[in-house]
Design a protein. Structure first.
Length: 578
């Protein structure tokens, strides 16, 4: 009997996303880009990571490594380098990889390797999303704690031609926000579904990304108003920012009828906004328009875009006219700029920077409702998370003053109402907050952010099942949801007594802050896992953070005394003296 030469190796499998489409669009250009990526990125990165290429077939390649850490590090670096090359390129010119990594015993035959472990690496690659990496449990167990890389637990996944489910993990390179998968709900026959993709910044200096994001967000908000339009949430579509996607990809992943995409280009005081409406079923352009304006006309441009899109979708012109803003959110482009920069700073994790920019927007325009409401939210939220150096009384005083000023300026904007409701709630007035969020829902019934806050307020007001049902629907109505959605879902599950469900929701968040880990400890303790809960409280302790004070802060969000005690009971079981 011949002796097979077996060895334990880490296997990396990768292929190009949408290669057939790229070749059909531009065969010679696609081949040139692929050859350049292989010679300048893939091959040298594999070699530098102690790897060896063992197979290549057109748009795919296979490599082996002596350790799982080498393979994951190589995969991460390849995806980072490819993403940098794609930055600034038109979507149709970008090339993106999916990558899978597995650790297994393989059969070595000359320059090639064989075995079930190789097949599994290829299947993991198919599970990966464009620009990301999917690894097996065996790889995760070897590298966790050794690399500064965040993993998302995908759980047990059924894989084609593999008899048993595979426990897989996702890696999201390039600092992308960690988000979780969820099924998509199709629009009803009475609705048309639309996804607004993040607008591209084509300005020479490429420093107007905040403006492109702002136009995208305003379009989503305005298009969400009519009840017969089902608009994909901003948190879902912004996950596609900077990624290569086709109309068929969006149609398959988001189950939408139409796609809106566009770009902005600013040169001096001149601003050009280009918008396209694409039929997701056919990939054909239903409509395209270019708006050339001076920067001071940015609000008029947004109104024109919304009206034109809705008109092109053959909706009643009366409703289309109602879609237009009845007023500008601010009369000052400078204040608007500060507001958009503040949102960008908040998304990047700088609460202090966001608050400084919001204060500047309000200084310029004291009646800017959205900025007032957003700043009220920040003061109330920092009071809740214990992240501010200001005394509680001052945070509460500033927050209350700001939300009152926001409502005095505008009671008809759903985003203003949403942030005001959260501020009211976190500052101790849940009854008023419920009335405010219900007003937001009546104006914008399909806005996912509004519905999320509505569900949270229902759950904390004592309507556990009603709030939980809404939050479950919100989390399952979008293909991707951010960590904040998971946290309010976890809280609602806790209040409803579903502790394992709460644990599962929080576990989807990578590198959660300590105040989130304290909530996880309460759920663990209520589920009977007290030793694990106490270890989490102790091992995750953060200097200067008082878990007992936070325990009382979250319990104070509840309207019912029984719910307050429910939270405190969980914290006590986790070893926190409350």
């Amino acid at each position: 009997m011949d002796h097979e030469r077996r060895q334990l190796v880490a296997i990396l499998a990768a292929d190009v996303v949408g290669y057939s489409r790229l070749m059909a669009d531009n065969e010679s250009g696609t081949l040139a880009r692929l050859k350049a990526l292989r010679s300048e990125v893939v091959d040298p990165t594999v070699a530098a990571s102690r790897g060896r290429l063992v197979g290549s077939a057109g748009d795919s390649f296979l490599a082996e490594f002596p350790s799982a850490s080498d393979a994951v590090r190589c995969a991460f670096e390849i995806q980072e380098l490819v993403a940098r090359r794609n930055a600034g390129l038109p979507i149709q010119s970008q090339m993106t990889f999916r990558v899978g990594v597995n650790l297994a015993d393989v059969i070595a035959d000359g320059e090639t390797i064989y075995g079930d472990g190789v097949n599994l690496a290829a299947r993991l690659e198919k599970l990966s999303r464009p620009g990301e990496i999917c690894v097996s449990r065996s790889v995760y167990d070897q590298v966790r704690g050794k690399l500064s890389i965040a993993f998302v637990d995908m759980g047990e996944v059924a894989v084609h031609n593999i008899p048993n489910p595979v426990h897989a993990y996702r890696i999201v390179p390039s600092g992308a926000q960690t988000i979780a998968e969820a099924p998509t709900a199709k629009a009803t026959r009475e609705t048309t579904s639309v996804a607004v993709l993040p607008f591209l910044d084509m300005s020479p200096s490429q420093d107007q990304g905040w403006l492109a994001d702002g136009i995208t967000e305003d379009l989503i908000t305005e298009l969400a108003r009519p009840q017969h339009l089902a608009v994909t949430a901003r948190t879902t579509t912004f996950a596609y920012k900077g990624r290569t996607v086709t109309a068929s990809d969006i149609r398959r992943e988001l189950k939408v009828d139409f796609i809106v995409e566009g770009s902005i280009r600013q040169a001096g005081s001149n601003l050009r906004v280009t918008v396209q409406l694409i039929d997701a079923h056919t990939g054909s352009h239903a409509w395209a328009e270019r708006f050339d304006r001076s920067f001071s006309d940015v609000f008029a441009i947004q109104d024109e875009i919304v009206l034109a899109i809705v008109s092109r979708l053959h909706f009643n012109l009366t409703e289309a006219a109602a879609l237009q803003r009845q007023r500008d959110p601010t009369t000052s482009p400078t204040a608007y700029t500060c507001f958009l920069r503040a949102l960008a700073a908040w998304r990047e994790g700088s609460e202090r920077g966001a608050m400084e920019l919001l204060n500047e927007a309000i200084r310029i325009d004291p009646n800017y409702a959205r900025a007032l409401a957003q700043l009220a939210f920040h003061y109330s939220y920092s009071r809740f998370t214990l992240s501010s150096d200001l005394p509680d009384e001052e945070l509460a005083s500033r927050g209350n003053d700001l939300w009152r000023r926001a409502l005095a300026a505008d009671r008809g904007d759903p985003q203003t109402l949403r942030n005001v409701a959260v501020a009211q709630w976190m500052l101790g007035d849940i009854e008023t907050a419920l009335r405010t969020i219900e007003a937001a829902v009546s104006i914008s019934p399909r806005d996912i952010d509004v519905l999320r806050n509505h569900g949270a307020l229902l759950a904390f007001s004592g309507k556990h099942e009603e709030g939980l049902a809404l939050l479950e629907r919100v989390n399952h109505s979008e293909p991707r949801v951010p960590p904040g959605y998971r946290l309010v879902l976890a809280d609602a599950r806790y209040l409803a007594g579903d502790y394992e469900g709460a644990i599962a929701a929080i576990r989807m968040v990578v590198h959660p802050p300590y105040y989130v880990q304290v909530r996880l400890a309460a759920s663990l303790a209520q589920a009977g896992r007290t030793d694990e809960a106490k270890r989490m409280v102790t091992e995750s302790a953060q200097p200067g953070f008082d878990p007992a004070r936070f325990a009382h802060r979250i319990s104070d969000l509840c309207a019912l005394n029984s719910d307050k005690e429910h939270w405190l009971e969980g914290f006590r079981k986790a070893g926190i003296s409350v």
